[in-house]
Design a protein around this ligand. Structure first.
Ligand code: NAD
Ligand code: UDP
Ligand code: UDP
Length: 310
């Protein structure tokens, strides 16, 4: 069934892949973005498609359009950018959620929230299961993002309980792939750019902290499956690749794949940097029949190819 779909943050890294996937599935896509961390370049190849529309708009302001489904992805995701203007980051998550939920309520549209593994903070439960409430510093430099996303989840569940909205909440774990901004500051893009330029690879802290990296095509597949899950299946549900790496292992893998002459250097660890992160994906396996299929080396090769061609 052809649907009118709104993607906020559609000019960003994940959002642009999602717009492409939805067009391929035969939907009409309206991409809404203020280009804070996204770009027209990411969606340039979609512009000739009559089913694709683009609107420059900041989701902290009300939006009156028509849609059957809403994917709410607007929000900077890299610590470097979400900490540049932390007040705007919280506004984007909280006011953005209120506006998109108000829009969904008026239209009786289904709405999916891009939440994050950051709601677990620096987790004491490993791997992280959806029933874990998290350990988040409410007043630290990551709080604008973590607490903003937690408050957005609260709003989604209150609109669900109070207004009977058809909501879906996904918790995305570190995702990488082509179309990450080269200066985005996230670890995968930083290491690849540094390795390709034979510049020092900057490891923050001792490099023993862990993350679990999901390739973007796997994530987008899971996102669409969640939107199409039965009504009343709200989540929150983890989407991520459960294979866990230390940042040292990631650096070594990227050095190998790029044949780089870069040296590894150590820089101070930013405050509140989570020590470990790995999703439990049992819920997604059982309910969405979903699990990632692209391993780290395969995904990194594609990502390296993309950055080389820039
Ligand atoms: P991104 O920074 O590439 O994309 C975010 C997009 O939102 C950008 O195009 C940006 O311009 C837009 N945006 C920001 N503020 C806006 C506003 N006020 N109004 C309209 N547009 C706005 O990041 P991404 O990696 O593509 O992340 C997309 C979503 O997924 C975010 O909500 C993020 O929190 C979530 N997420 C991503 C990851 C990941 O690893 N990539 C992990 C967890 C959660
Ligand atoms: N809103 C919007 N588009 C709409 C409907 C609502 O952007 O089509 C915004 C509007 O700013 C409103 C918010 O969503 O303040 C929450 O809407 P809701 O109906 O839940 O509450 P209201 O504040 O209108 O009572
Ligand atoms: N990191 C690093 N070097 C960099 C960028 C990041 O060692 O150049 C570390 C960072 O401190 C964190 C991990 O890599 O421990 C993942 O960072 P990213 O910003 O990509 O994601 P997040 O911390 O939000 O999971």
């Amino acid at each position: 069934m052809r649907k009118k779909v709104l993607v906020t943050g559609g000019a960003g890294f994940v959002g642009s892949h999602l717009c492409e996937k939805l067009l391929n599935l035969g939907h009409d896509v309206l991409c809404v973005d203020n280009y804070y961390t996204g770009s027209k370049e990411n969606i340039k190849h979609l512009m000739n498609d009559n089913s694709f529309e683009l609107l420059r708009h900041d989701v902290t302001f009300p939006l009156y359009i028509e849609a059957d489904e809403i994917y709410n992805f607007a929000c900077p995701a890299s610590p470097l950018y979400y900490q540049k203007d932390p007040v705007q980051t919280t506004k984007t998550s909280v006011h953005g959620a209120i506006n998109m939920l108000g829009l969904a309520k008026r239209l009786n549209a289904k709405i999916l929230q891009a939440s994050t593994s950051e709601v677990y903070g620096d987790p004491e439960v490993h791997p992280q299961t959806e029933d874990y409430w998290g350990k988040v510093n409410p007043v630290g430099i990551r709080s604008c993002y973590d607490e903003g996303k937690r408050c957005a989840e609260t709003l989604f569940f209150d609109y669900f309980r109070q207004h009977k909205l058809d909501i879906k909440v996904i918790r995305i774990f570190n995702t990488y792939g082509p179309k990450m901004q080269p200066d985005d500051g996230r670890v995968v893009s930083n290491f690849i750019i540094q390795a390709l330029g034979n510049k020092d690879i900057t490891i923050y802290g001792d490099g023993e902290q862990t993350r679990s990296f999901c390739y973007v095509s796997d994530l987008v597949d899971g996102i669409v499956r969640m939107m199409n899950s039965p009504q009343g299946f709200t989540g929150p549900i983890n989407l991520g690749n459960p294979t866990e790496y230390t940042m040292l292992e990631l650096a070594e893998t990227i050095l190998k794949l790029t044949n780089s002459k870069s040296n590894i250097v150590f820089r101070p660890l930013p405050s509140d940097d989570p020590r470990q992160r790995k999703p439990s994906i049992d819920l997604a396996k059982q309910n969405l029949d979903w699990q990632p299929s692209v391993n780290l080396e395969e995904g990194l090769k594609e990502t390296i190819k993309y950055f080389k061609a820039l």
